[in-house]
Write a new protein. Structure first.
Length: 297
């Protein structure tokens, strides 16, 4: 699987979980407005939900900024900490720490961001322990003193929230597993593609082999350019097998129409593959892709 495809998948998961957080904040708005009769808190949750929704439109360099994400999760932890204090220990608002912790896994990568993850989890545990140790005595003037019925509303909602986040987490794990399987399948296909080591003395006719769709084209091509694929993969290890074939045809300076005929595809399909190759090599639209493949490898 190409790196750009993985990044695209990560972006999709990022968007989905952002919408999950928006949904949870929206549910908190409904809970506070209709069941707890707390319009001030309801408006606050509505504002946070709209803010999170707007972040989907932000540029990726801002959305994926680790420091900003860390501050966001600290802020959300503070919100839970405050709500847990004012509602009291019998309401179990602290269960929201679980939902937030599950979300961390999908916004940060453990391999690269383990210290951020450990910091955030440590902060949430600290918040929880503070209320346990102080027996919810902090900010006593803000305590809501909820009725048993309202406490029951919140407990039911918290159970529903945890259940919902658990199923979302299971879906995300399933989707990541499919992505990993696809990655390894593509890896094996790629190995098969470049492992044809038959050395054949051949000096001419690559063009004819390509245009006739001869299955020996790759073998003969590698005979003439034994280090071509290795050099390309060294420069861009995320190319998939079908894109490597296009690169081989570009090395022969074939036009888009000729490549379409050689690969038995449409001109549009070839243009799309060339676009992905150009993007993976970070080439501008002004760069001649044929000349780049001919002169660089």
């Amino acid at each position: 699987m190409a790196k750009n495809e993985i990044e695209y998948e990560k972006s999709i998961l990022f968007d989905i979980y952002t919408l999950v957080l928006v949904f949870i904040l929206g549910c908190n708005f409904l809970l506070n407005f209709f069941f707890l009769e707390q319009p001030v808190y309801a408006i606050a949750f509505l504002g946070m939900g709209l803010f999170m929704l707007c972040t989907i439109l932000w540029p990726d360099r801002i959305r994926f900024n680790k420091n900003l994400l860390m501050l966001l999760f600290i802020f959300l932890g503070l919100i839970i900490f405050y709500c847990d204090i004012i509602s009291g220990k019998d309401v179990m608002n602290y269960l929201s720490y679980i939902s937030l912790t599950v979300a961390i896994v999908f916004f940060f990568e453990y391999g690269k961001d383990r210290y951020i993850i450990l910091l955030l989890v440590g902060i949430y545990i600290t918040f929880f322990l503070i209320n346990i140790i102080t027996d919810y005595s902090l900010l006593s003037s803000f305590h809501q003193n909820l009725s048993p019925v309202k406490e029951w509303y919140i407990r039911v909602y918290k159970v529903m929230e945890i259940t919902f986040c658990t199923f979302v987490g299971m879906y995300f794990i399933h989707r990541k597993e499919k992505m990993i399987i696809k990655y390894y399948v593509e890896k094996e296909r790629l190995k098969d593609f470049i492992s044809k080591t038959d050395k054949i003395n051949f000096s001419d006719g690559l063009y004819e082999l390509a245009m006739s769709k001869n299955s020996l084209f790759i073998t003969y091509f590698k005979s003439q350019f034994p280090e071509y694929f290795e050099k390309i993969l060294e420069a861009c290890p995320n190319l998939i097998s079908s894109e490597l074939e296009i690169c081989a045809l570009l090395k022969l300076n074939l036009s888009t129409k000729e490549i379409a005929l050689a690969t038995n595809t449409t001109v549009r399909a070839v243009e799309n593959k060339k676009f992905r190759i150009r993007r993976k090599f970070n080439l501008s639209s002004e760069t001649d892709l044929n000349l780049y493949m001919i002169n660089s490898f």
